[in-house]
Design a protein around this ligand. Sequence first.
Ligand SMILES: *Cc1c(COP(=O)(O)O)cnc(C)c1O
Length: 798
Amino acid sequence: MQLTKEQFIRDFKDTLHEEQLVKVPAATPSELFTTLAKLIRKYYTSTWLDRNHALSDNKQKIAYYFSIEFLPGRMLETNLLNLGILDLVKEGFADLDVDFEAVKTAEHDMALGNGGLGRLAAAFMDSLATTGYPGFGNGLRYKYGLFKQRIVDGYQVELPDSWFGSIGNVWEVRKDHDIVQVKLFGNAYLQPNEEGKLVPVYDGAQVLNAVPYDVPQIGFENGVINNLRLWDVEIPEEYELNYPTIDALRTVRDITSTLYPDDSNFEGKQLRLVQEYFMTSAGLQTIIKSYLKQGLPLEQIHEKVSVHINDTHPAVAPAEFMRLLVDEYGLNWDAAWNATVQTMSYTNHTILSEALEKWDASLFKHVLPRVYQIVLEIDNRFVAEMANKGVDPAVIENTRIVKDDQIHMANLAIIGGHSVNGVAKLHTELLKEDTLHDFYTLYPEKFNNKTNGIVQRRWTQISAPELSKAIDETIGKEWRKDIHELRKLNDFVDDKAVLENFYQVKQEAKARLAAFIKESTGVEVSTEAIFDVQVKRLHAYKRQLLNVMHIVKLYNDLKDNPDKDMVPRVFIFGAKAAPGYHFAKSVIKIINELANLINNDESLQGKLKVVFLENYRVSLAEIIIPAADVSEQISLASKEASGTSNMKFMMTGAITLATLDGANIEIKDEVGDENIIIFGMDKDEVYRHYATHDYYSRGIYESNPVIRRVVDSFVNGTIPNIQNEGMEIYEALITHNDEYFLLEDFPAYVEAQERIDALYRDRQTWSRMALRNIANSDKFTSDDTITEYAEEIWKLKK
Ligand SMILES: *Cc1c(COP(=O)(O)O)cnc(C)c1O
């Protein structure tokens, strides 16, 4: 956009005076942030308005991305960057003597997501706008996002994250004229109308208003602004008398109060089903309304609309769409079904069976009586059609939607849509071969892969400014617009000056993180140490415990031999555990107690440090990731669908230490075997154990003295204050036969860590590996991922 620094400074002062009645030197960071946000809203409003009009006038096909989570983090810097005025604003602030960093940190993370899945949805919003495709998000406006994590006495404590704070969400716009009504509960039955046609009657239903708030999604320097639409709940005026008490009101407000904090586990709670249906129904109703304004026939809606189901949380969509088309708009079943299947597409995010959504039929019927009838009808017709085709009854039983008194949501999403994708090559293969194999035999044409991606702008230009400058100095600035230019860095892997420059850049990022660690935990760490980082949700399959076991081994080694020759290490963790996930919370406690023990043991001579940074979230990731030397991606092969932090680390020049899981495999393909450290079992070896039932962790424990000593450390007092937690870990590893095969992978992991130690000693070799990683990370830009979705699944035009 056209703007001079002088104009910006004038505008900024005017806005501050008008809105806050305060002058710049006296204003707080929060006042300055709000003012800046309001000002840039003014700058982009007409573009946003034009975009919304252009889309409805041009009758373009639009994709709607339905997701129960969006995790954008802070928006200020990304909005400024994409508007092309980030540098100008920073310069203007310098003239005004305002600290941009302080203003930026006054923004609260928009944390309406748990982890990778929500972050991916947010990345896709940015990339849809940046690539220029018409794609809108559809989600929930939670008052409290994911909980805020505090560590007290080494334990995780969960606090509500009131991210609205006193200033609310400065980016959103409430859209009153798009309010729709959503019906829940009651009874539904069919009754003939005057013309003798059967129509549904809703008896005693709860009627709620769904109120949309639009958050702009600004494309990178291209004048495109899309919407992320978040729904809130309100009670319609005419039903106010139904809620005479605060408690009654609260049951409604709960619908958009908090995000379920469980990342990989299905809970089956009624409120969650209500949340899922509420946002799905509201979204689909508005989609149909705005489509009909174009005067086109409803049975062809799939030519102008795509609805994407991000994981199964919005998977009620095919049934709800059928309800709307058939009940509300009078389409016949077959025409409606054809339109539904061609409109819907679905992404599978996990093969963990405990994460699959299966609603009890009785609960589903209680909450959504009419949708339940439609699900039964879809299921009946599916079974009849397959039987007609002569499909093996076992396959039909395995793929149908309603069985054992449960509604299988993934099955509904697959049958009710035209596309099913996994999120990395290995994951899609596993879906086809194993988890969804029967579906694959029925509908091979529906299956495809779309490897996840990341918004490179946030992870380089915003979070790694020194690195970005070094890239500019090496290959020019074009990469900021076209990330594939990064490949040119491959020409410099033998240029000593360039390698040294990138090494120094990493040291600067490490110094920044070291200062942050000192300030937030009091622990002093040296930037001469290897910064070895594992940040992600805490889950047994991600195997933070394997990392912990290695730290315990190093500790034991150093206690035996204080002169052990090793490059100093700082192990850095960040992880939230689901509040009800006992094992995960025990691992957090153990990491913190181990950190206490190690960081205060002078005999270790600073060779070992352990840091747990509390409240891991996007804005913290932006400080940690660019400072990492080693990226820990050590999940049990086959369990991590893709991973995306692995891509962020790669892009900022960390060396990946990984199992052959998820997108780690594709990272290896990009950088070559010599620029990544791979260890441990692959997916075939893991599956072989499952098939032969031959894994016996106690056998390993008893025969390997190193492992035995490490495992015993959890229960023999070596690590203080973990009596219960240590026992829990011991039992998981030995008594319950080590579900994620840590003991089997441990020796290979230790050996891989020794390779890291050796490689890091050769600064040039290490820097070359790092540069190779940066140079080939363009592969994982979400701009390209979203282009594949747009072209291959949604069939959009720019
Ligand atoms: C990228 C990201 C994740 C995903 O991390 P994985 O290691 O891929 O599980 C989770 N949380 C935050 C805040 C992130 O930025």
